[in-house]
Write a protein that binds this ligand. Structure first.
Ligand SMILES: Cc1cc2nc3c(=O)[nH]c(=O)nc-3n(C[C@H](O)[C@H](O)[C@H](O)COP(=O)(O)OP(=O)(O)OC[C@H]3O[C@@H](n4cnc5c(N)ncnc54)[C@H](O)[C@@H]3O)c2cc1C
Length: 262
């Protein structure tokens, strides 16, 4: 079974600066960690491999420092990792990110299942997985809660829909995004870390892709433009009212009406 896991490096701190001109996050040199949801995706892949054989590959797109999450994945049991890193990928919105990942995945050979986390803790859109599948023209299922059955040419999963749980069978090659708690992620192993210290992390850039059209990547390939990023204003205006309950209720009613809440 060929399994590929998409993992993203996210800021491990809330102190991230935003470029005032482009509105994009300055990620270089920021303390980072593996997106917590991707630990569940990786654990799912490792369990599938342990039970059904095969190989677990991981892929990430990000600045060169994102190599750290590939190394972390090696110390959990992943076999091979690729990082997509190129200045031309910088400033990518969800569409450009998904396209870049789909191009990278095409370079990684045959795959049966691609597993993504449900969402990230920074961008938080939960759109990347399904968009990768659309670009690769393969079926996908989001919000997978559990793996029900693994067959020769398909996998059966339970998914969490807004009001129901649904079971669906999906043929390979396919993409699933997994919920947290599908399995408890294992801790990285010190021994595996030592054993994989010298293992290669493959870097790919735009020139390695089949589609080298620059306008599809990074800021150029991003239809979404950030106009402004700002912390929400804190409203610490307070008023003290005194009176009996009828007076206070009337005043509250008038105040809410003036503010157009009612
Ligand atoms: C206009 C604009 C500009 C932006 N500029 C930048 C920028 O300059 N630098 C920057 O870092 N971000 C930038 N972003 C944010 C970036 O687009 C998102 O972080 C990225 O598209 C992933 O989306 P998400 O975090 O919502 O992932 P989600 O859709 O929530 O992630 C779901 C899953 O997809 C996979 N996944 C997501 N991203 C990656 C990845 N990079 N590598 C591997 N797997 C992944 C993971 O499995 C993850 O659990 C920008 C966004 C916009 C709208």
């Amino acid at each position: 079974m060929n399994i590929l896991v998409c993992i993203k490096q996210v800021p491990g701190t809330s102190k991230v600066e935003v470029d005032p001109i482009t509105g994009v996050l300055k990620r270089d040199g920021v303390d980072s960690k593996m997106n917590p949801y991707d630990l569940f995706a990786l654990e799912t892949a490792l369990r599938l491999k342990e039970k059904h054989g095969g190989e677990v590959k991981v892929i990430t797109m990000g600045p060169p420092q994102a190599e750290e999450v590939i190394k972390e994945a090696y110390s959990m049991g992943a076999d091979y990792g690729v990082i997509l890193s190129d200045r031309k990928f910088a400033g990518a919105d969800v569409l450009a990110t998904s396209y870049t990942l789909s191009q990278g995945i095409k370079k990684m050979g045959d795959v049966d299942i691609i597993i993504c986390g449900k969402q990230t803790t920074d961008g938080d859109t939960a759109q990347v997985g399904p968009e990768i599948a659309e670009y690769l023209d393969i079926p996908h299922i989001a919000n997978v809660l559990s793996i029900e059955n693994v067959g020769q040419g398909s996998i059966t999963v339970k998914m969490d829909m807004p009001n129901t749980l649904e079971v669906a069978k999906i043929e390979y090659p396919c993409l699933i995004t997994v919920e947290k708690d599908i399995f408890e992620p294992r801790l990285p192993s010190y021994r595996k870390k030592k054993d994989t210290e010298e293992r290669e992390v493959k870097f790919l850039c735009l020139n390695d892709f089949e589609d080298k059209e620059e306008n599809k990547y990074g800021l150029n390939g991003s239809p979404t433009q950030v106009e402004r990023i700002f912390p929400p204003a804190v409203n610490d205006h307070k008023e003290m009212w005194e009176g009996n309950s009828d007076e206070l209720a009337n005043r509250m009613f008038k105040s809410l009406k003036d503010m157009k809440f009612i």
